[in-house]
Design a protein around this ligand. Structure first.
Ligand SMILES: [Zn+2]
Ligand SMILES: [Zn+2]
Length: 268
């Protein structure tokens, strides 16, 4: 695939999902937002632009570049097993999803990694824009981890592109503040992390923050016993965010960027 076509596909898919989820949130919101879009969206979208610029500057080939290199040189476990492309792509997709889950668990439990990741949790509301809100250093570190995994397993380029497009879409979906019938949530949860499932992860209650780590497939949380069906206070009663960074001015872009370096007396 031409690089320009690949970028158009990624940006086009991401923008389309954003537009659909933003409209759905307006038409059928799940919760009343405490801060709202006007104050939060410029920073949350601003951080996406910073992330994109930094990745483009520092690791322009990104994970798909590593996949092309592995394919060209026959590197990685899946190449050595000589699997059919469709099987290798499917296995590669599952490996990437499991690694994102495992990495998320580790980022919660290793203090200096938590400092990078906690900015995602410090949003005082959760909506579609929260699904894109990650500190640039977390994005860069995740990318380096992904490149290592792609090279180690020889994950095919098509699986890497598909995974990244799908993960962006599902992250926007499961962070969105959309209402849907309970039966639909129950069915979707069998194959996908739903907004009600991921919202538990954004609870201010630490035991709830440390559950539902999946971003895409819901199976890893069930398998590794980190699954929590609902927040204790209910979706309307729960508080979103962290015990620290509760002031609305913490939602400014400059504050988001320095949050990992802020000391605090909390246990975070
Ligand atoms: Zn998290
Ligand atoms: Zn989240």
């Amino acid at each position: 695939m031409e690089p320009s076509l690949e970028i158009a596909l990624r940006v086009g898919c991401a923008a389309a999902v954003f537009a659909v989820m933003a409209a759905w949130e307006l038409l059928a919101p799940r919760r009343n937002l405490s801060i709202g879009r006007l104050w939060r969206w410029p920073s949350n979208i601003g951080i996406v632009l910073v992330d994109a610029a930094l990745v483009r500057l520092l690791v322009p080939t990104a994970a798909v570049g590593a996949a092309l290199y592995a394919a060209g040189h026959g590197i990685g476990l899946l190449h050595w097993l000589d699997l059919r492309l469709s099987i290798a792509a499917l296995v590669g997709f599952l490996i990437l999803d499991l690694v994102v889950y495992a990495q998320h668990v580790v980022f919660h439990h290793v203090p200096w990694l938590w400092r990078l990741h906690r900015m995602h949790h410090a949003d005082l509301d959760i909506d579609v824009s929260t699904g894109l809100r990650f500190h640039p250093f977390e994005i860069l570190l995740s990318l380096l981890i992904k490149i290592a995994i792609v090279l180690a397993f020889g994950i095919p380029p098509v699986a890497v592109i598909a995974f990244e497009v799908v993960l962006n879409a599902t992250s926007q979906f499961n962070h969105s503040n959309v209402s849907m019938p309970r039966w639909l949530d129950r069915i979707l949860r069998l194959v996908l992390v739903t907004p009600d499932m991921h919202r538990v992860h954004h609870s201010v209650v630490r035991a709830e923050t440390d559950s539902n780590f999946g971003f895409n497939l819901p199976w890893w949380d069930r398998l590794f016993r980190t699954y929590r069906a609902q927040p204790q206070a209910g979706h309307d009663g729960m508080t979103i965010g962290l015990p620290i960074f509760r002031d609305a001015k913490e939602l400014r872009l400059d504050r988001l960027l320095i949050q990992p370096f802020r000391s605090d007396k909390d246990r975070f």
